[in-house]
Design a protein around this ligand. Sequence first.
Ligand code: NDP
Ligand code: MG
Length: 369
Amino acid sequence: MKRIILLGATGSIGRSTLDVVRAHPDRFCVVAASAHTNARSLARAADELTIPRVVLAGESGVEGLCRMVAETEAEIVVNAVAGAAGLRPSIAALESGKDLALANKETIVMAGELVRGLATEHECLLLPIDSEHSALFFLLDRIDRSRIRRLVLTASGGAFRDAEIAELERVTVEDALAHPTWSMGPKITIDSATMANKGLEIIEAVRLFDMPVDAIDVYIHRQSTVHALVRTVDGSMYAQMSAPDMRIPIQHALSYPEELPSIFGGVELDGLELTFEAPDPHKYPALDLARRAIALGGEYPVVYNAANETAVEAFVERRIRFPAIATIIEGCLAADWEKLLLSFEQVFDADARARRRARALIARHTNTI
Ligand code: NDP
Ligand code: MG
């Protein structure tokens, strides 16, 4: 029986994780779970699955969350917290010797090298849940490193994939939240529309798989059936395909290195169409900004993430227009940041400084909305 600590149990990934546990009651049990403020939904899950320990991060603070992670005996922590708030609990998981299944891509974007160092030091596994990285993790496990030339991340293109650039000035929060293929939390859904999500994922892939940023391609793939591809030296291409259902990569991370039979449905080949289009860099400036951020390294990816989170909040509160999200990221990256990242404290400090800068830039944009 694998004991799981589930952080962010009430969110989109958290609820999908509970589904995987329900599907395999003989294999998995949840021994602790957290939410931010949604006490009712957390209590309901705890009752149903007899979860002995729960914590509300909104009340206990991040310290309470980290204490629960450190003190509860478990094999694996699933981090499905949204945003930069997920980094400290990830550190707590690894420091207490637990494997870490990461939906929280911010952990890797902000501090990938430090986090990997911690995982090595404590002999813990780092298992990606993000569907593209779960796919790459699976493929790279099976293809000899020396054969690999390029990685391809697929993207849905988000809510505005058929919109003209000029229309983006007028889109609303509701428009941005209408995702064509995946059902996800609000922040990542807006990130899909700007493709800042794919920007974060480029950084995540560089950090997880030690690939140069120039060897990572992004294609809009409307069907969300192929999650990633690997190009090899002989000109072959290997793809991972599955239904757009996060329970599949979650189950993969939970059962690794074993594979459990899936009860979540496969891909129907009859009439299946697969299309791939290169994204327009003018329509999705957040993509190239992410490439710039990871190429500079150090604090820059932290800044990219913090600026984006702050700008998305402002967009959701209707203080800035949709295209300003990328403008704010660009404005934040334009400042001078350290190119070396030496400690987690530096990460948190850079995160706070980047948010201050983003708020100042947002204040200027707010006057022109
Ligand atoms: P949701 O917004 O649906 O859920 C977030 C969860 O985290 C909720 O349980 C929420 O609690 C909790 N939470 C929010 N803020 C804090 C905080 N400050 N401290 C502690 N807990 C907090 O997000 P998603 O499930 O969509 O995404 C979670 C992570 O997974 C993100 O990093 C996202 O990028 C990543 N991811 C998500 C995918 C998806 O399909 N949804 C796909 C790939 C990656 P409460 O309910 O009380 O607010
Ligand atoms: Mg993804």
